[in-house]
Design a protein. Structure first.
Length: 117
């Protein structure tokens, strides 16, 4: 089953969920704040996509990270920071055994989910 990871309060996550519902795509939603995030999840994701694409550098949380830490960021530090502050994860994360995506794009979702345009 497709899992959507995100935050209930995230507009982009809500858009992704509405898109999936509109196309009758079954999914479950996992709130990163309420249901948590662990290193195994992040490692699995980072094995499927570059860790830098998982890191939300547009977020307010990222701007609060000290400049020295941002300049010296690597995979292990980024994953540790995301565990500490789930809002650093770019959202939504869609995970399925055959499909993985970070961020919302109707065109990309349609392509990967086999939907006609």
């Amino acid at each position: 089953m497709l899992t959507v990871y995100g935050l209930k309060s995230c507009d982009t996550c809500r858009k992704a969920q509405k898109f999936l519902q509109a196309h009758n795509i079954e999914f479950r939603f996992h709130d990163l704040r309420e249901q948590g995030l662990d290193i195994q999840m992040l490692e699995r994701w980072a094995d499927r996509i570059d860790w830098q694409k998982l890191l939300n550098k547009q977020s307010l949380s990222w701007r609060k990270v000290p400049e020295a830490d941002r300049a010296d960021m690597n995979r292990s530090k980024a994953l540790a920071a995301m565990i500490e502050q789930p809002t650093l994860v770019k959202r939504p994360v869609l995970e399925h055994k055959d499909y993985f995506a970070v961020g919302f794009s109707e065109a990309r979702f349609s392509k990967h989910l086999g939907l006609s345009s």
